[in-house]
Ligand binder design. Sequence first.
Ligand code: 5GP
Ligand code: MG
Ligand code: MG
Length: 192
Amino acid sequence: MIMCMRIADIQENIDHELISHDEIMAKIEEVAVQASKDYEGRVPLVIAVLKGAVNTLTAFTQAMSCPLEMDFMSISSYGKSMSSTGTITIRQDLSADVKGRDVLIVEDIVDSGYTLNWLVQELKDRGAASVEIFALLEKPARHVVDVDVKYKGFEIPDEFVVGFGLDCDEQYRNLDCIAVLKPEVYEGALTQ
Ligand code: 5GP
Ligand code: MG
Ligand code: MG
């Protein structure tokens, strides 16, 4: 059996599991099959927004059957707080030139939509030939700006989730599923 952190390992901090590991993997594979068809004959530049999207990017690209390139970008809209400010800054830029490229952004979650809205515009301004999005999670109730997400994972309720890349104060990224923490856990982390 592959070792990893499961709900049972941190039961005391978890309120409930929202999406199981198997459900996540099945969905990512389904999206990868579709995206592989859509990008046939092209070499997409698959971009992960660090750090939350790394787990999804890894599973997704391993399931893609077309040639591709990967790159990473770190942008901050969040810090320790629980809602986007709308002010985005680049912490670490891409190494690739996106001019003329078919870019596929992989994101962990679309919450207000500010981050992705900004990133899509930024990549278009840099001359990308096309920009599409795969978001593992979406919180429709919290959308402030519209973002056109071509490849959708799961719609979730307005709850603060962790796991499969998503953190609370940098922890829980290695949890194998998506879960909701007990309020006292994330409230404690965010007021530190
Ligand atoms: P947006 O700009 O769409 O409001 O925020 C997107 C970013 O906020 C995500 O990439 C993620 O880093 C963070 N975020 C939004 N909702 C959650 C959540 O429920 N849990 C965690 N861990 N991060 C979240
Ligand atoms: Mg993110
Ligand atoms: Mg975070």
